[in-house]
Design a protein around this ligand. Structure first.
Ligand code: ATP
Ligand code: MG
Length: 473
């Protein structure tokens, strides 16, 4: 069984951050719902800045130009990453904002003070990235941020060595060789959407500067690139926070400076807490470890023996709980479907730990207890949430058992798209779980399965459309 982490470490980090921002004249905002109410373009609140977007775009905020909070986030796009030591679908993002108030230098100095002075992180394990410039749009390198970082490192007796790494691909080839300040290209350009080219006219954008905490005892994994650097996915360097400097606006032929410059900081609460307890594993922090421990007790399996399964179950149950608290109910579309996926995948992974009877609802009270002070609404809505999630669990239990049995009966045969379709259509077993099982059992999968499946889904849709037409004749 794993070691015990220090208790309540994560609450202490949250409180320290909010108190620090209060001292610096920030108004602390209440959390927004995980389900954005006025933004149809996205299913979930996935960052602290998302609920504040219109203020970052120029609207006056009633609480003034200095704002901060700890915002619960849900990233369904990270669902498949869960299992490693630093990604969860649900997490809290510590955020502070300057709406045309302080700038780059004050922001970077304050993050340093927070991490090194207030939270006691070892400065010799901190590394940063900055924007390296862009030729296409004639944007300069962010030497201003680099100079501030250099100065902060120097004051701690550390040489602010620099590496110019360019693209992520190039960075993986040449490595950063332990440089403190790493320049990357577009990796350090912040904008909404996915690329500079596709930014809508008038959209704000700008450079950003990330901070990483090094776990030197971890070995570099060359599967992620020949050589290591702060953005390498091997996990030696963990990204703990990011300061965006929103100071440009997209124009017809490039970028023009915005009249008002904003700062947007986002730092992962669980990741910062993990750095504070000197563990690369966010699941060892006080908002996740008690869930791992309950699962250890109930299953008799040790965390070290089935780490990924423990992580998926702990994360998904916590995320599902918060979604239900924020009013999401399991269904076949939108937010409800993501909730359903979290519960089903948690059940699938719990099965690996030998937990095959009601457990989702059993873990909800543990989640509620962990958030009693920070988010009392979890405790208040506890019974409702237990009822919702337990009903979903009961409904899927038999389907899960039958589905797994079907997939496993294919040992020695090749699973085709038609099989995946039949398991879904006849037994309600989701394709993504079938695929996961096929992989886990190392079964052969027809290389053309995706086409086969798509064709069957299309035919089915056309059949049901024809049937609806007839009904209406
Ligand atoms: P990564 O590259 O590690 O996935 P990111 O670039 O997606 O991180 P940002 O979008 O910049 O991260 O989010 C701000 C901060 O939120 C990160 O610095 C990190 O500390 C935290 N964070 C992001 N994604 C997750 C996650 N899935 N689980 C926990 N913390 C996260
Ligand atoms: Mg990410």
């Amino acid at each position: 069984m794993g070691e015990q982490p220090s208790t309540r470490d994560t609450d202490a980090v949250r409180e320290t951050f909010l108190e620090f921002q209060r001292e610096r004249g920030h108004v602390i905002l209440p959390r927004a719902s995980l389900v954005p109410h006025d933004d149809p373009t996205t299913l979930f609140t996935g960052s602290g800045m998302q609920p504040l977007l219109r203020y970052l775009e120029g609207a006056e905020h009633p609480d003034g130009p200095r704002l901060a909070d700890s915002q619960p986030c849900l990233r369904s796009q990270d669902l498949d990453e869960v299992g490693d030591d630093r990604h969860t679908t649900f997490f809290e993002m510590l955020g502070n904002w300057s709406l045309g108030d302080y700038g780059k230098e004050e922001q970077l100095r304050s993050v340093w003070e927070l991490l090194v002075v207030r939270l006691g992180l070892d400065p010799s394990r901190l590394y940063v990235s900055c924007f390296g410039g862009d030729d296409t749009y004639d944007l300069p390198r962010d030497d201003e941020s680099a100079a501030v970082w250099k100065d902060l490192f120097a004051a701690a007796g550390i040489e602010g060595t620099v590496a110019d790494l360019g693209t992520l691909e190039r960075a993986g080839e040449i490595g950063s060789d332990g440089a403190r300040i790493c320049f990357y290209g577009r990796k350090n350009w912040w904008c909404r959407g996915d690329s500079m080219e596709r930014m809508p006219l008038g959209d704000p954008g700008g450079t950003d500067s990330e901070m990483f905490y090094l776990f030197p005892s971890l070995a570099h994994n060359p599967a992620y690139g020949a050589r290591c650097h702060p953005n390498c996915d091997c996990g030696r360097y963990v990204e703990i926070g990011n300061s965006d400097f929103m100071s440009y606006q997209r124009t017809e032929d490039g970028f023009a400076p915005l009249p008002r410059h904003n700062v947007d900081f986002g730092g992962g609460l669980e990741r910062i807490a993990a750095a504070v307890i000197d563990s690369p594993d966010v699941f060892r922090t006080s908002l996740l470890w008690p869930l791992v421990q309950r699962l250890e007790e109930r299953s008799g399996v040790g965390y070290d023996d089935a780490t990924a399964a423990f992580r998926v179950v702990a994360d998904h149950v916590r995320g599902a709980t918060f979604l239900a608290v924020d009013g999401v109910v399991p269904s076949n579309k939108a937010q409800g479907y993501v909730l359903r996926r979290l519960v089903r995948r948690a059940m699938r992974k719990a099965h690996e730990l030998g937990l095959d009877e009601d457990f989702v609802g059993g873990l909800v009270p543990t989640v509620a207890g962990l958030y009693r002070d920070a988010y009392p609404e979890v405790e208040q809505r506890r019974d409702e949430v237990v009822a919702t999630l337990a009903a979903e669990e009961r409904k899927f239990r038999r389907t899960l058992e039958r589905g797994l049995a079907h997939v496993r009966s294919y040992e020695g045969r090749t699973v085709t798209g038609a099989d995946l379709f039949a398991w879904k259509d006849t037994y309600g077993f989701p394709v993504e779980l079938s695929l996961e099982e096929v992989r886990a059992e190392s079964l052969a999968l027809d290389p053309d399965w995706q086409h086969q499946l798509d064709d069957l889904v299309r035919e089915q849709r056309e059949r049901s459309r024809a049937a609806t037409k007839k009904e209406h004749l």
